[in-house]
Design a binder for this molecule. Structure first.
Ligand code: SF4
Length: 474
């Protein structure tokens, strides 16, 4: 660069990307170095391939196995798996992880949890790093100032064997969040509003960086929730520049740098935020002050609407494909246009998943449930053993149980139901998870995505309820 050239202004994402290029290509994918790779029980395909080729894990210190998708939430015993087949998957993971020499958070580990909860909690997810995981919601870790994305099992095998991956650089989108969210409105409501605005394919080919004054009002847990669901708008990654909130959280965690290495890392991390005036391919601004608690009515996560509204009318849609899809969603969900959302009755509640199972999520739900009784069945599943322990130390388990909800062991549970935690056909579920697809929580099950506070409000009234009407009334 000569004295007259402007230095290149880069986004946070571009800085991380550039630092990790092993083999650049001017067009098409580049080979990237992967700092940390997280896997779960579904990795048996990748291990089978790896072992069949006579390969081993190139750097076991950078691979982390977490048992979460298939594990029972009724106990910590694989014998309680809902089927023999599921038990064998859990045991196969034990076998593969013991063979691999990589770090392992087994079903019995006191630090076990959901992959995207354990990552930040253990200091595995660090600012400026590239994190991959064989689960689509890996974007969660972007809240730590990292570049994080989900991979398939063949890519997972490639990473385990080489610690690298070919990737095409996505375009850059900046979403500016301004204002201060009202009481009862949080990260889950904001991300549901973002996805509703973008649509499920609105961010395909992009990495989204969240910025703006509203972030100061959001906890790290809420930022994790937002980055978690970013992929529901089609984005490859969602990320937020790391600040003191993140640095304070990461400091001293098991897999974070220690001593002098910490000071060096911090110096590097403080240089990572997007440069003033850098180029974004698309920008969007949302004033969160105007948002209400959100609820999805359809079978895709972009069907979020404010709780004080009604079921929208598909006949008003001009695009015939969108109209057809909305009609099909309403039929599956057994809903009619114009129905007031707060009159819709529910059958079951699920509070958990990597979207909303952290301590602050459980506190928000408990604040509504304290001194009240749920009128529908439901389960509360902490995101990790450490969160479960912390919640129990605060007596939150007692609040949930006194309200009539089950307090379970950590795992993915009803987010995806692989472990057998499912609702019954035709049941309507208020769920804090991230996907409301047809059959996601069981054949014929109707899933509505909401925040933990909104799920708790629905539990005690039996119908969707604006949580603001219950706040501070006990
Ligand atoms: S809770 Fe759901 S989205 Fe999260 S890791 Fe488990 S299956 Fe994936």
């Amino acid at each position: 660069m000569n004295a007259f050239q402007e230095p290149t202004r880069r986004t946070l994402f571009e800085k991380i990307w550039d630092q990790h290029i092993v083999m650049p290509r001017p067009t098409g994918p580049s080979l990237l170095y992967i700092d940390r790779h997280i896997i779960h029980e579904g990795s048996f395909h990748a291990f089978k391939d790896l072992r069949a080729r006579g390969l081993s894990i190139r750097n076991p210190k950078q691979v982390f196995g977490v048992a979460d998708h298939y594990v029972p939430t009724t106990s910590r015993d694989p014998n309680d798996a809902v089927t023999q087949e599921i038990k064998e998957v859990i045991l196969k993971f034990d076998d593969n992880m013991n063979w691999s020499g990589a770090h392992y958070f087994s079903i019995n580990d006191p630090q076990q949890g959901i992959v995207h909860v354990v990552g930040p909690e253990q200091g595995i997810s660090l600012p400026g790093s590239i994190i991959t995981c064989s689960d689509s919601h890996t974007s969660t870790h972007g809240a730590m100032g990292a570049m994080a994305f989900g991979v398939g099992q063949s890519e997972s095998m490639h990473i385990m064997a080489t610690q690298t991956l070919w990737q095409t650089k996505p375009l850059q989108m900046r979403i500016e969040l301004t204002g201060k969210p009202a009481a009862g409105v949080g990260g889950k409501d904001i991300i549901l509003a973002v996805i509703a605005k973008l649509g499920v394919a609105g961010a395909v080919g992009y990495a989204i960086e969240y910025a703006g004054s509203a972030l100061q009002w959001l906890s790290l847990d809420e930022r994790l929730t937002m980055c978690n669901m970013t992929i529901e708008a089609g984005a490859r990654s969602g990320l937020i520049a790391a600040d003191d909130l993140v640095f304070d959280y990461v400091y001293g965690r098991k897999f974070a740098p220690q001593g002098a290495a910490w000071d060096q890392a911090l110096q590097v991390w403080r240089q990572l935020p997007s440069d003033e005036g850098c180029h974004f391919d698309q920008t969007l601004s949302i004033d969160v002050t105007r948002l209400s608690p959100m609820i999805t009515w359809g079978t895709t996560p972009d069907t979020g609407v404010a709780i004080d509204g009604v079921i929208p009318d598909p006949s008003l849609l001009t695009d015939p494909h969108a109209r057809q899809a909305a009609l099909a969603a309403l039929t599956y969900m057994a809903l009619t246009p114009g129905t007031i959302l707060s009159t819709i009755k529910i059958d079951r509640v699920f509070i958990g998943s990597c979207t909303n199972s952290r301590l602050s999520d459980l506190r928000l739900a408990a604040d509504i449930l304290r001194g009240r009784r749920a009128v529908v069945p439901g389960i509360v599943v902490a995101g990790s053993m450490l969160i479960k322990q912390a919640a129990e130390a605060e007596g939150l388990d007692k609040v949930f149980q006194a309200a009539g909800l089950e307090w379970r062991e950590p795992g993915c549970s009803m987010c995806v139901g692989i472990n057998g935690d499912l609702a019954l056909a035709n049941e309507r579920v208020a769920s804090t998870s991230n996907r409301n697809f047809v059959g996601r929580q069981g054949p014929g099950v109707r899933t509505h995505l909401v925040s933990p506070a909104m799920a708790a409000a629905a539990a005690v009234t039996g119908h969707f309820t604006d949580v603001r009407t219950l706040m501070g009334q006990q």
